[in-house]
Design a protein around this ligand. Structure first.
Ligand code: DLL
Length: 433
């Protein structure tokens, strides 16, 4: 059993959750039908009206909404309340096309912060803790979301935002930070910097980390836990739905509980759109049932994962999702082979490297090339050409057996791959396809 922020709902009986979802879904569908012409049109095209939706079991009748729909309705055509009711926007870091702008009423923010507070409490947080929020602040949802959650829990909140790593470490030490919130790649970097300056995990009071916003492997979790001397918890979310806190890990550290009183999760076959049962891998779809300003009905996240309703030892009853196992759109197709960057990371970490790497894809003479640049750790760093070549070959063969594909591996000196203070850019696809 663990600690809860809102025990009554976090541990509610499944029938109770279904009842709540039924009621909230019906109201949400009416809300968008009445206030967002886009939704009304989509539903009319699909031949359904709000009366056809009596609860969660009718969800599959509703059409999906995609990121392209959000871009087409940029910036505020999907907003379901008067703009005078909105108090904030957040926006995606999108590198292609138009950004997605998400609008919030004060109540939307309040509920979002509750979700983040649940994640902090699940990681062992209470008002006795000092919570350092090293996610970026501003348009990105990471900083503002965890900041709000930390306030709600009553932690002493340290809003450092990302960057200035020496100062991060100084504050962790001087302010006695016990909970660190940032991307897993930044946590690994903070750990690496600490180690270099001769600090040991016992020199700092950190006990937990809440890391998300990008994919990270179990190997990376172990490394971070060891270098920082903490328990590292995963947190998931996306701007379109609010931000961090759509789901979060509990003491089991195995899958993330979806905040089902606010979001209905489904997994569908990405090709056919057909809902899939528990245990099957597919695209994650979310319906936000409490958001007023920017409600999304059956939003295609493009994240691939698996849902499970199995009983959890933490006492929470909300459905669990696996870590995203990839995205329907970050899957690389290299010489016809499907490759997820996370598979490459797993091989590197298993072979003793850190998550400091870049995957470069190109097309030479009509053939795809896959180059993996990875840093040697300070321990393995050498200028012995034979040793470097032995290590490179070892990785080439490990990658071949994981991916079924030949990759060119280049070992580079420690610290030569640019560090990220937010989400790491690890894949560079130079193909003009
Ligand atoms: O990354 C929100 C967030 C902030 C989550 C801080 C957790 C912590 P976006 O920038 O809109 O929002 O990116 C959303 O990031 O669809 C996933 O593909 C990916 N993502 C988010 N959390 C995780 C995670 C924030 N824990 C997109 N593991 C999502 C893997 C994640 N991928």
């Amino acid at each position: 059993m663990g600690n809860y922020y809102q025990e009554e709902i976090e541990c509610a009986a499944p029938e109770k959750i279904k009842e709540l979802q039924d009621e909230r879904l019906v109201a949400q569908v009416k809300h968008v039908w009445s206030n967002v012409p886009f939704y009304r049109k989509k539903m009319e095209e699909a031949g359904i009206s709000p009366e056809d939706i009596k609860g969660r079991d009718d969800l599959h009748k509703l059409p999906f909404i995609t990121k392209a729909d959000l871009r087409d309705n940029y910036p505020d055509k999907l907003v379901a309340v008067p703009l005078s009711e909105c108090v904030r926007i957040q926006s995606t870091s999108g590198t292609t096309g138009k950004r997605v702008v998400a609008y919030y009423t004060q109540e939307d923010i309040d509920l979002w912060e509750d979700c983040c507070a649940r994640a902090i409490v699940a990681a062992g947080g209470s008002k006795e803790d000092v919570c350092q929020v090293s996610y970026g602040y501003g348009l990105f949802t990471g900083g503002p979301g965890l900041n709000g959650g930390s306030h709600k829990v009553g932690c002493l909140t340290v809003p450092t935002s990302s960057g200035n790593t020496d100062r991060q470490i100084m504050f962790i030490k001087d302010l006695k930070t016990t909970i660190l919130c940032c991307t897993p790649s930044y946590a690994a970097y903070i750990g690496e910097t600490m180690k270099e300056s001769g600090m040991k995990p016992e020199d700092i009071p950190l006990k937990a980390g809440i890391f998300g916003a990008e994919a990270w492997s179990e190997e990376m979790r172990r490394n971070i836990q060891n270098t920082l001397g903490i328990k590292a918890y995963d947190i998931y979310g996306l701007t379109e739905l609010s931000g961090p806190g759509v789901s979060f890990e509990c003491s089991e550290q195995a899958g993330m509980h979806v905040n089902e009183d606010h979001f209905i999760a489904e997994v569908v076959d990405p090709e056919t759109g057909e809902p899939l049962p528990d245990g099957e891998k597919g695209e994650l779809i979310f319906t936000s049932i409490t958001k007023k300003a920017f409600p999304l009905i059956r939003y295609r996240t493009r994240d691939i994962c698996i849902l499970s309703h199995e009983k959890c030892s933490c006492g929470r009853t909300h459905v669990k999702m696996t870590k995203p196992l990839g995205r329907t759109d970050d899957m690389l197709i290299i010489r016809g082979v499907n490759v997820f960057p996370s598979q490459i990371e797993t091989v590197l970490l298993k072979n003793g490297y850190q998550a400091n790497y870049q995957i470069i894809i190109d097309r030479v003479n009509n053939t795809d090339t896959l180059d993996v640049h990875v840093e040697m750790t300070p321990d393995m760093f050498t200028d012995n050409v034979g040793e470097i070549s032995r290590r490179q070959n070892e990785l080439v063969s490990a990658l071949r057996s994981m991916l079924g594909l030949k990759a060119n591996v280049t070992l580079v000196a420690p610290k030569s791959i640019i560090r990220s203070e937010g989400k790491a850019v690890r894949v560079i696809d130079n193909r003009k396809i």
